[in-house]
Design a binder for this molecule. Structure first.
Ligand SMILES: [Zn+2]
Length: 131
């Protein structure tokens, strides 16, 4: 099997898995792939996907710069991307709160990993002296 065919199969499987993770009937999401052609200047390519009914994304993705077959990095549904963005925002705020209370100190990992909205609200209220 050619590299192009192997990569298309891998992308098709990842697209199917993403569709299965989503509650939507069609895939809204993001395909992140990369070009590993050493003579090509392009590296990471992100495709914002909105499938149409009965027209799934073609899995044989090619680099827009050199037309070589793209290698899959990952696929996220729209909901997964949104949740990751919200988690990153909470982590950033938690780290900033810690830095404000402990200027010049390193930030412990537990301060900004897996921060729930409830714990972040509690930290903000504590920081403002309202809890
Ligand atoms: Zn390329």
């Amino acid at each position: 099997m050619s590299i192009s065919a192997q990569r298309a199969n891998q992308i098709a499987a990842a697209l199917s898995a993403a569709r299965a993770r989503s509650w939507r009937l069609i895939l809204f999401g993001f395909v992140t792939a990369y070009c590993d052609n050493p003579r090509c200047a392009a590296r990471e390519i992100e495709i914002h996907v909105k499938e149409q009914h009965n027209e799934p994304v073609a899995p044989d993705l090619c680099c827009p710069a050199c037309s070589g077959p793209l290698a899959l990095h990952h696929i996220e549904t729209r909901e997964e991307r949104h949740a990751a963005g919200e988690a990153e925002a909470r982590s950033n705020v938690a780290a900033q709160l810690y830095s404000r209370r402990h200027p010049g100190e390193g930030i412990p990992l537990g301060t900004f990993l897996n921060v729930s909205l409830e714990s972040l609200i509690a930290r903000v209220l504590t920081d403002e002296g309202r809890a």
